[in-house]
Ligand binder design. Structure first.
Ligand SMILES: [Zn+2]
Ligand SMILES: [Zn+2]
Ligand SMILES: [Zn+2]
Length: 612
């Protein structure tokens, strides 16, 4: 076996251990130099068999055979490479490694695993080779004496170079003569004749000093340490580390407070995107087809700590979520068209328990969303908002209050109370939407009625409003506990109604009444207290809590569902259908007025219509 300390990192290390000396007899074109002795001037591949022959002649060859093994190749042209030991500039890390490791723990790493990643890399890294052999880049500010070849790099020389770079830029390095920078500075040997270094800085050094070049130079940006560095998870080796090392070396601290890493975008089945595979999703195309908001919503919806899939199916789903957010806003705007907060707003103390529950939830969402944003957990924001709009509002509150909105007298306090809640929800929601779906938020803002816009502060754009903050006065834990229970009950009731509908026993849920029986008597008593409001909550024509089970096999039972200690039976509603509110009641036609004009209306509707 042979070893060549001048031609490979492992050989170099072995050579150092055994003091072999670093012989590197090939030049940049693969031709043997003077160091190559009798092979000088020959190309390495032509010389290889001759070297074997020569060793044989000298009887210095113990054995010789060929075998296949892996070998380094150029990533670009795929040709084999030869390592050569060359002179390079290094930044010694040893002097501040300990401090750099300490500084790592002053930083918040998101996700947490980033801390160990960079810690291990810095702990085990070798000195930083900062020189590169390229035609152009940021120069390494070193001069060499023409007389004795000594390098010149002193505080003085560097300051003079910096002064020129300040005025003329770093390209002056190549345009100006060394004497222009050095202005009479001389070598230890007395010579003032110098040549410039032609190596350039590692580009990681360039990007690694942005904390100094960008932030320290512009105090209006907030200075260092910077709030957040944000990049892909490959940068613990790259930018995060080069920034840390330069900052610790110069300023004795990390250049950032928080470092966030994310995975890479892959296709829906987790494959890397590639033009040849044809699975690339172009952001421009997504924006053209779905709009920028849907693309932004996708960014917010993914857990970016891993690789991030995107594809057609996901986008279709996101567009659907977006459409539902839009519909929520449309419902709010539509039902506030006759509402002037300055005149019609109902005092909080007069709101129903259900109304207060929705404001409580709204306030909870503001708190949670704010926390999620602070922790960069945008996917939680997305889930929260989707849930709040889909489950709490559309499927629950809106569903229940439609009756109050559409059948009450427009000026009735119960209706104004709902509108007060809707207005509050709209004001908060539009500002919660703005960071992720600004176009939707602005669209909503531009459709606010004048009185509502005025009550919101009258800004010309939603982007000029303040972000919502938690309002402790909206908290109502009692209402929250009660309505969370009732939401669960309602799900079971809805199942019974759905069954009845599927069996074609009813069309609308208003054609049914429901009877509930709870195993838990305490719960039964609690729900029974508001029995008179339950039909409104379930959107049925009647609802009762039974104290002693359900009537067995009653002829009129159209469906039953039992789950979680609750049995719900649905019945065909008795009475007649009111032509206005579609509820089945016993008092349709009871208030006919003088000329039988309300003959097909229930008592409630007749009263309302009489006042219109
Ligand atoms: Zn190549
Ligand atoms: Zn000299
Ligand atoms: Zn009616």
């Amino acid at each position: 076996m042979h070893t060549a300390p001048g031609h490979g990192p492992d050989d170099f290390i072995i050579g150092k251990v055994y003091n072999l000396g670093v012989v590197s007899p090939l030049d940049g074109r693969g031709i043997f130099t003077k160091e190559g002795g009798i092979f000088e001037g020959q190309r390495y591949d032509k010389a290889n068999p001759l070297v074997v022959e020569h060793l044989k002649e000298k009887q210095a060859l113990l054995g010789h055979s060929t075998f296949n093994h892996s070998y380094q190749h150029c990533w670009r042209c795929k040709k084999p490479l030869i390592f050569r030991a060359t002179e390079q500039w290094f930044a010694s890390v040893e002097g501040f490694r300990k401090r750099a490791l300490e500084c790592i723990d002053t930083v918040e790493w998101l996700p947490n695993s980033g801390r160990n990643r960079i810690f291990n890399m810095v702990e085990n890294r070798s000195d930083w080779c900062i020189s590169r052999q390229r035609a152009w880049g940021v120069p390494i500010p070193v001069f060499y004496c023409k007389g004795c070849s000594e390098p010149l790099m002193s505080d003085q020389s560097i300051e003079r170079v910096a002064a020129v770079f300040d005025k003329e830029g770093s390209d002056s390095w190549w345009e100006r003569e060394p004497s222009y920078f050095l202005q009479g500075l001389s070598c230890k040997c007395g010579s003032t004749d110098f040549i410039r270094e032609t190596d350039i800085m590692d580009v990681w050094f360039d990007s690694g000093v942005t904390h100094a070049a960008v932030l320290d130079e512009r105090p209006e940006l907030g200075g260092t340490p910077c709030e957040l560095y944000l990049e892909g998870s490959d940068q613990h080796r790259g930018w995060f580390q080069s920034s840390l090392l330069t900052s610790v070396a110069v300023s004795d601290r990390a250049p950032y407070k928080t470092v966030l890493t994310h995975g890479f975008v892959v296709d829906e089945s987790g494959r890397k995107m590639s033009k040849s595979v044809g699975n690339v999703v172009e952001p421009d195309e997504v924006i053209k087809q779905y709009g920028a908001d849907v693309l932004r919503l996708w960014v917010a919806s993914v857990n970016y700590t891993d690789d991030i899939p995107i594809g057609k199916n996901m986008l279709v789903q996101l567009a659907d979520v977006y459409r539902r957010l839009r519909n929520t806003a449309r419902f709010l705007l539509g039902n506030l068209s006759d509402f002037d907060p300055a005149v019609d707003k109902v005092d909080k103390s007069k709101l129903s328990s259900l109304d207060r529950f929705v404001l409580h939830r709204l306030n909870e969402v503001v708190g949670e969303v704010t926390r999620d944003f602070d922790r960069f957990e945008f996917f939680k924001y997305y889930q929260l908002l989707q849930n709040f709009c889909g489950v709490d509002l559309s499927a629950f509150y809106f569903d229940i209050v439609k009756d109050r909105l559409y059948t009450s007298h427009p000026k009735d306090e119960a209706r104004r109370a709902v509108q007060t809640v809707l207005c509050e929800v709209l004001h908060t929601l539009v500002r919660l939407l703005a960071p992720v779906t600004p176009h939707l938020a602005e669209d909503i803002w531009q459709h606010l009625s004048e009185p509502i816009k005025q009550s919101f502060g009258n800004q010309s754009s939603v982007l000029l409003t303040d972000y919502p903050v938690v309002d402790a006065s909206l908290e109502d834990k009692e209402a929250a506990a009660y309505w969370s229970d009732l939401m669960a009950v309602r799900l079971t009731v809805n199942k019974a109604l759905e069954q009845a509908r599927a069996a074609r026993a009813i069309g609308s849920s208003l054609e049914a009444t429901v009877m509930m029986s709870f195993e838990d008597k305490e719960k039964a008593a609690k729900i029974k207290k508001v029995e008179k409001d339950l039909a409104t909550v379930f959107i049925t024509s009647g609802a009762q809590v039974s104290d002693n089970g359900l009537p067995k096999d009653g002829a009129e039972v159209i469906s039953t569902v039992s789950e979680d200690g609750l049995t719900v039976a649905a019945y065909k509603a008795s009475g007649d259908k009111c032509a206005r509110c579609w509820k089945y009641t016993g008092d349709v036609g009871s208030k006919t007025g003088g000329d039988n004009q309300f003959g097909d209306l229930c008592g409630f509707c007749a009263d309302v219509v009489a006042r219109l």
